[in-house]
Structure formats: C-alpha cells, structure tokens
Design a protein around this ligand. Structure first.
Ligand SMILES: [Cu+2]
Length: 114
C-alpha cells in the first residue's frame, strides 16, 4: 500500500512539473502557405527560450534558419515544434527548405534577436 502511494505521489509531482514548465515558455505559431510564412518575421530575446510551432497550411514546406540551428520538414497540416534559446543578437534569415512551387525562392522568414 505504501509503495503504491509513493508511486502515485511521484506521478502527481511529475505532472505538476510538466505543467509548470509548459506555462513558462512563450509559444509562437507560424504558418507556411504558398508563398509566405505568417508572420514572416519574429523578434526573440537573447537568452530567452521560446517554443516555435510551424504549420504548413496547404502543401508540404520546410523551414531552415541556419544561424539558429532550425531545420524542419513541415508536412501538410501537421504542427512541428522546436524550442529555441538564441544566444547571439542579430538578424537571422531563413527560408522554405522544401520546394513548394514557382514562388518557393521568395518564401523567406527572418528572426531578429534583441
Ligand atoms: Cu517552398
């Protein structure tokens, strides 16, 4: 009986920690659709972790921001999540990394870190 209580207590504590961790990080949702990201630019704070959620709304896309180590395939209608903690101030250009049609080359994204 005591063992069971300890196990249940451990589960409750781990759930509580997950909830706390989840609420402390800002979430930014970015949609990809021919031929733009919306929003097409975001501003992050140096040293502050954010969760970026990318969603492709029409066809498969990709997002690559080399300066921040972001490189994701974006399957149609599925959310792809990544935690980012930028450590350098600057402007980091990104682009669609999955050919999506004639306007693909103009499908850019930029992350400002301040
Ligand atoms: Cu593309």
């Amino acid at each position: 009986m005591i063992r069971m209580l300890i196990a249940v207590t451990a589960i409750i504590f781990s759930t509580a920690n997950a909830v706390c961790a989840g609420t402390s990080v800002a979430v930014i949702e970015i949609h990809a659709a021919r031929y733009a990201f919306t929003p097409s630019e975001i501003t992050l704070k140096k040293g502050e972790t954010v969760e970026l959620v990318f969603v492709a709304d029409d066809v498969p896309h990709g997002i690559a921001v080399k300066g921040l180590g972001i490189d994701l395939e974006l399957p149609k209608h599925k959310a792809r999540r990544i935690f980012v903690t930028p450590e350098t101030i600057g402007d980091f250009p990104g682009e669609c990394s999955h050919y999506c049609g004639r306007g693909h080359d103009g499908m850019t994204f930029i992350v400002h870190v301040r």
